[in-house]
Ligand binder design. Structure first.
Ligand code: NDP
Length: 260
């Protein structure tokens, strides 16, 4: 039997195990996806091996630890320096980042994007930043405070709220957790509303509710999406890797979608 797990802290509320198990069962595979609450990120590799896992997804706050734990890191994960998918192959731990390509798949209906503003400067912002940059899109980053912005300084124009003046971006992405457990906007309304009114598309990484950001998008009358498809596609791409690319994305997505 193959064994996979979600490793993070917390892991209790994640729907990833449900998504993966629906697909593993639907495909009739002798495999199980479980969850593991990790306390210490430096023990990630030790735990992975001890649990005899064949693969794992890694979530908050251990994606950077996962990057360091892998024997080899593939693709865009080398740029984000964060790994959300680990696959064991020939005794080696291979690390991938499927958040970035998962985001791109989830916005495939948004066409002709040339410029984007990312609100927030954390781990998810990084994945989305490199995903958009790889598409040749001009990206700027806005955050409420300076510290996390320093990681982007050499790569893009960055702003804290006080430095920002609204201008036209084709796409605005909220990667902050504002609105996740409160009714906060990710930036002051007097800066956000004029920016949204000039934009073509908006995206919120939060997936389970109509956030104040998405309500503002509705008010600005632009096309927008929440993060559900991003979550789905990062999972589809991870399972594709776990199963050695033997299954089509459409087939995996058919089963995984049923978890929502
Ligand atoms: P991080 O902790 O790495 O970064 C959080 C960012 O949000 C920081 O820039 C922080 O600013 C900002 N922030 C937090 N609260 C507020 C607020 N009230 N107002 C303005 N800015 C705020 O988090 P992650 O990048 O790991 O996760 C961010 C979100 O992405 C979470 O909601 C998570 O659930 C979601 N997510 C969704 C995924 C999907 O597939 N749909 C995948 C992964 C994550 P500062 O630097 O000033 O503290």
């Amino acid at each position: 039997m193959k064994l996979f797990a979600l490793i993070g802290n917390p892991v209790k509320h994640s729907i990833s195990p449900k998504m993966h198990n629906l697909a593993l069962k639907g495909l009739g595979l002798d495999a199980l996806y479980t969850r593991y609450l990790l306390e210490d990120g430096s023990k990630l590799k030790e735990k992975f091996l001890h649990l005899k896992l064949d693969g794992a997804n890694v979530t908050v706050p251990f994606k950077e630890d996962a990057f360091l734990a892998c024997d080899e890191v593939k693709g865009i994960a080398n740029k984000t320096r964060s790994v959300n998918t680990i696959v064991k192959k020939d005794g080696m731990l291979l690390g991938f980042n499927t958040d970035a390509p998962g985001f791109l798949l989830s916005i495939k209906d948004f066409t002709e994007i040339k410029s984007a503003l990312i609100i927030g400067a954390g781990g998810t912002a990084k994945a989305i930043f490199f995903a958009l940059k790889e598409q040749g899109i001009e990206v700027e980053v806005l955050n409420r405070s300076q510290k996390r912005l320093d990681d982007f300084k050499a790569l893009a124009k960055t702003y804290i709220w006080e430095d920002f003046s609204p201008k036209k971006y084709d796409l605005i992405v909220n990667t902050t957790s504002a609105g996740l457990q409160d009714e906060a906007l990710p930036m002051p309304s007097e800066l956000l509303m004029p920016s949204l009114k000039k934009a073509k598309y908006a995206f919120d990484v939060i997936y389970h509710k109509q956030t104040p950001f998405l309500k503002a998008c509705q008010k600005a009358n632009i096309a927008y999406k929440n993060g559900a498809d991003m979550l789905l596609y990062q999972g589809v791409l991870a399972l594709e890797l776990f199963l050695d690319n033997k299954y089509k994305k459409e087939e995996l997505s058919f089963y995984m979608k049923q978890a929502f």
